[in-house]
Design a protein around this ligand. Sequence first.
Ligand code: SF4
Ligand code: MG
Length: 326
Amino acid sequence: DKIIFEVSNLKKYYQVRKKSFIRGKEYVKSVDGVSFSIKENTILGLVGESGCGKSTIGKTVLGLTPPTGGKVKFGDNVIFDVENNIKISNSEMTKLRSEMQIIFQDPYASLDPRKSVGQIVSEGIKKHKIVPKGNIEEKTKEMLELCGLDATSMFRYPHEFSGGQRQRIGIARALAMNPKFIVCDEPTAALDVSIQSQILNLMLDLKDKFGLTYLFISHNFSVVKSFCDEIAVMYLGQIVEKGSAYEVYDNPKHPYTKALISSVPIQHPDEVKERITLEGSMPSAVDLPSGCRFHTRCPYKTERCINESPTWKILDNKTGVACHIY
Ligand code: SF4
Ligand code: MG
């Protein structure tokens, strides 16, 4: 099982006015020491409440926003290694850009309404010279058809399509680049439930057909557990639990994971699980709680949790967890 994407101790801090001070500067710690790796042709789900930093991770690992710290490797290429002052050259990045794509949440906002679907899907094909000039139209049609759209869609405009169809256009645009790795940032969150599963099934088909690897960002635990091979649970800029989707969902360890799963409707009456209701809302990433960042909402907190941040432990079932209970 080859690791295709590797993130070590990733940090992304944004400067703010007067709140938290780091080396004399003021930051919001949106992503604060996140590590994970993804095996080729698998899906890692990054799950957490909105504002936990998951979208920021997606943008930072693709080099769309500069990192504050840490290292990202894609295949054998180091995209950046902040502590060792390494950053991939612009020309190298342009080459890799086509192999690392992103699909956005909002299929309405991410497609230019003034461009035809054909223009939208073929733009990257032209820019990155994916196929010879004479084959661009053929490649565009092929991508649309692979994504379940009629080839004649290329002559129409985004507003003529439904939300689900627009997301298919967004996927066709990403697929046209012959990517190896795709960051999917809540790709179905804006869609009706019935349409959601159609899009997820399409993404699974494409993954198998082209050997794709996904980083799948979502706030929806029930989507993540059925779609992903592995799950990483995020809270306030950090991963608090990570393991196989099966273990994390059926045998959650971290109190926050248990709370997120408690909010998923029970699908089978035999499915008896410890239920935890989350108290309060997520604190601001500008004013982080001391010790364990979850202590302000955790029903199991002790004195130690307030003073000491838990270290990462790997349990017998290979799940990793950051909590003093373990
Ligand atoms: Fe709760 Fe303490 Fe574990 Fe944090 S370390 S999740 S506060 S028990
Ligand atoms: Mg988001």
